[in-house]
Design a protein around this ligand. Structure first.
Ligand SMILES: [Zn+2]
Ligand SMILES: [Zn+2]
Length: 116
């Protein structure tokens, strides 16, 4: 879980929160569901509330980050051999131990990807 949070790249804008993770094997990006900021679009209307909205933004961002990490857990696994974070297309279910595609090739292990 913490590993996933460390790997989340912040793609948020002033109006919504979004995070991405890059698979360390194939290099493909996965994006979390974007969550709108509750005060999106209103920030410029209330200049005097900017400070309050900034704090609110950070709070909601933290929550969105946790949600993204939880979501990412369904799509990524950590390879027990190389310790990299890999997407389901690069993570193989092998007989003895599940591992990433590159480690499996190196060790000549046969396996099926989680998502073919
Ligand atoms: Zn991948
Ligand atoms: Zn590996």
């Amino acid at each position: 879980m913490n590993l996933l949070i460390d790997h989340l790249e912040d793609c948020s804008t002033p109006n919504y929160f979004s995070f991405a993770i890059r698979c360390e094997v194939c290099g493909e990006f996965w994006y979390s569901n974007s969550i709108p900021f509750s005060k999106a679009g209103q920030v410029t209307d209330y200049v005097d509330k900017k400070e309050l909205y900034d704090v609110l933004y950070q709070k909601e961002k933290q929550r969105a980050q946790l949600a993204a990490a939880k979501e990412a857990r369904e799509h990524f696994s950590q390879c027990p051999i190389c310790r990299r974070l890999v997407c389901d297309s690069c993570f193989l279910i092998c007989d003895e131990m599940d591992m990433c595609k590159e480690c499996a090739t190196r060790m000549k292990e046969a396996g099926e990807p989680v998502i073919p």
